[in-house]
Design a protein around this ligand. Sequence first.
Ligand code: PRX
Length: 633
Amino acid sequence: MSVKIQTLSGYFHEYQKSVIEPETFWDRIAETFHWKKRWNKTVEWNFEEPSIKWFLDGKLNITENMLDRYLFTAGDRTAIIWEPNEPDEPSRHISYRELYHMVCQFSHVLKDLGVGKGDRVIIYMPMVPEAAIAMMACARIGAVHSVVFAGFSSQALADRINDCSAKLVLTSDGNFRGAKKIGVKEVVDEALKQCVSVEKVVVYRRTGQDIKMVKDRDLWWHDAIKGKPTEIEAEEMDSEDMLYILYTSGSTGKPKGVVHTIGGYMVYTHFSFINVFQYNKGDIYWCSADIGWVTGHSYIVYGPLLAGATTVMFEGIPTYPHAGRFWEVIDKYKVNQFYTAPTAIRALEAFGQDPLLPFDLRSLKVLGTVGEPINEEAWHWYHDHVGKNKCPIVDTWWQTETGGILISPIASITPTKPSYATMPLPGIQPIIVDNEGNVLRGNSVEGNLCMKYPWPGMFRTTYGDHKRMHDTYFSQFPGLYFTGDGVKRDEDGYYRILGRVDDVINVSGHRMGTAEVENAINEHPRVVESAVVGYPHEIKGQGIYAFVIADMTDRTVANLTNEIKITVNQIIGPIAKPDKVQIVPGLPKTRSGKIMRRILRKIASGDYDNFGDTSTLLDPGVVEKIIETAKEG
Ligand code: PRX
């Protein structure tokens, strides 16, 4: 048995042990997994280069710990329950034994297509079990998967394929999302016009819509698996071999490929899953994220399946065909732990309590939230109306880079406080520094959230550009991992995440770099310059506000703003589409040419007064002009 915290004093006890003797602490947890060869050294690290290694020289295959491990003891247990977009379509229940065979079978497909250890495979698929099967099949043969959210545009997909020189793309004909049927394969076809590394495309039939199959390149999933054996030896992998790459946005440049390696990620996702959610054998667990994001990786696929859990995978959206869809699914499968994002909670809260009335939700024991700060009102609504005042809320703070949850209550054990992520998990050593890097000790402090010691699940590099990892996360406060988040530690020592302090905005729990959106806007031929900021948005948490200088000849404001939105949609995808575009005569720049974003943030949030010191502005008059047009709406 791994370390499972049972009491608050048990938490403090384990926490102390994890700080005083981290190696002994993590050894004990790692020993509960199946290794082909034990590690020689638990951890080797420095945050200067940075270089982080866990369970050195250990040999294993993560899928043996997710599948083979449960084959004989729990082969009939349901591993994945799949709930389709349409409530009338039959759901799927896949047992651990069936999952094992499906993964083995698809591993053969990968091998026969020439994919080997270390090769990169792109997964651009809807929420169907085959997407999870594809991830595990890659891990089984030692290939590196990179899942790309199926809402990204062909350009965004092409950028990711090219960055990691993927050999293979796994996709589907289309995708059902609410009342819409969306073409997926056509996006891949468009992307591949720019990608030379891709040799084959495997297409899973989901919607049955007409698509073009390219001769000698494309093959159907169902044809590919025909006759393939349902057993395959798991490749022996090193602890520090790559498991996957996941692209995420930062404050500069194109999205970067966050790299996770096998051993540490396995240990950490399992440990955090069973503890935070207090998962017990037989529980039905549901995380409503998409597998295109890290939450889907760690807490739909890896964490739960490593724990032998039953994990629900939902294809649809919370409001289709009605605003009680989430609650219907919870009752249908008697879900015990439910994990979603504040943006979904706020969207459902807007429908009032009526959609909840037909459902009893009595099975629920734990409610989780992730992705962005949860406001108190949404917290209370979730707690009172969904959890009926009896379910603890685990407000889990973490990031793509951290691999797993770092700061969170432990369900039913840590006393919660609305909008607080509360305390670090064992093994996690947060530290708060001011902008000059001075450590802020004690309670009642506010500053930049950093980590001073590694944990097994953290990322190891940014794919193809290790320097970028150093510069982005380890250079601002030397010797520390800087998360990019602001945080407050209150008088009780509880952590409250205040949001990003860099140029990253969080839209419906999705990370967006303002520079990335600006680059997309600037692709419009009429655009001269743009500046993008976040502003408070009732449902999305933050909305995207773009200030744009543009050549207006032959254009109305309405035409141009619309075209700009379409451009961003095409270049990145609908999630990056600005909520507001304001055409402006100029941007507030300092004499050295730097845009004063704090002024734009204030204007975007509707606050037109008290801009503080504006003496360094090249043309203070421009602020007045921007405010004037902003007021006109
Ligand atoms: O700002 C924090 C916010 O989401 C960022 C990480 O985004 P991403 O890598 O896409 O991963 C999201 C899912 C793990 C963080 O830097 N964030 C995440 N969880 C919380 C949060 N902000 C406040 N409270 C949270 N619970």
